[in-house]
Design a protein around this ligand. Sequence first.
Ligand code: LMR
Length: 394
Amino acid sequence: MFETLKAQPADKILALMQMYKDDPRDTKIDLGVGVYKDATGLTPVMRAVKSAEHQLWETQNSKSYTGLAGDPAFGDAMIDLVLGDAMPRANIAAAATPGGTGAVRQAFELIQMARPDAKVFVSDPTWPNHLSMLKYLDMPVVPYRYFDDETRGVDFDGMMADLKTAQKGDVILLHGCCHNPTGANLNASQWDDVIKVLQDTGATPMIDIAYQGFGDGLDDDAAATRKIAASVPECLIAASCSKNFGIYRERTGMLMAVSSDASAQKLNQGTLAFLNRQNFSFPPDHGARLVTMILNDATLRADWMAELEEIRNGMLGLRSQLAGELQRLSGSDRFGFLAQHRGMFSRLGTTPEMVEKLRADHGIYMVGDSRMNIAGLNAATVPILARAILDVGI
Ligand code: LMR
């Protein structure tokens, strides 16, 4: 039977990871996959994670199953981290998932179960795996304008015009912060306008929040998500711990279904547990347990927050350094947007040919749509990148 299989398209981001590995040049620079690297090029295990792992090793006496939705304490800790006190706990159903991607996938399946004809509005561009999963699930997709190629900011008028065509029963997928792949984000008043559109159209928001703490801080990055949750009857939130806890391979995420009608919580919770059972049964626990320990222990939490802050400030520093270097070398302000963007990524806004030239001539790897992982840079590679960008004629 296997002979009937068709070769599947390679994931662009993961294919790039392999190309980078295979490149023998020792001057190569990896700005591809969204993984934080410190100044030495290492993706470190965060201090609080190490301490929690140590404690866990000493105290854990069973690895028996938890619950289908994961350990409820993880749910409580994540709800507090993402939503604060925006919504009463009683209104929120939550289930642990294998990473943020698992949460996104489960959210799509829940939408399909609830509304088989729902259209999912996605930003143009969005994280390629959103599109890939929606296609795989055969769900209708409507792109909405998002990135302005001229300013490298958000095409807010275009976005608003497109979102207004959504209807009740449709879903609008939003990036809670640190838009992937562009790095261009809405300001607070623009988020208010999005909320107004959600209220007017009755469309259901689904928020993918994978980089909380990587933009302007833990609370600032969650502000839009909290406000949306408190302003509409229902929303879905897919949260990831991969980046902000640096536990990429532990696959730690959480899907939340928030309803302003508290009596819906039981049904929502049962549905999330059912979906987990169908797809993988019990979600991974190791990462979730570490996150729970860190968030519930004042010392570990403070240390985690301090290290996350160092990481965030490091990325902001690299952004200003790169924008400054490009300004100095080119004598123009046209790269100023790099300092305005937030999160790991910035879309440079150039052609796939230029991206290919950067790879071929300079060993600089970025995604074909010119998404750069700023966290893949360090103080020494920034000037190399700036010179290469100008050298290929961007
Ligand atoms: C990325 O966008 O690079 C990350 O979210 C990693 C991934 O799974 O694609």
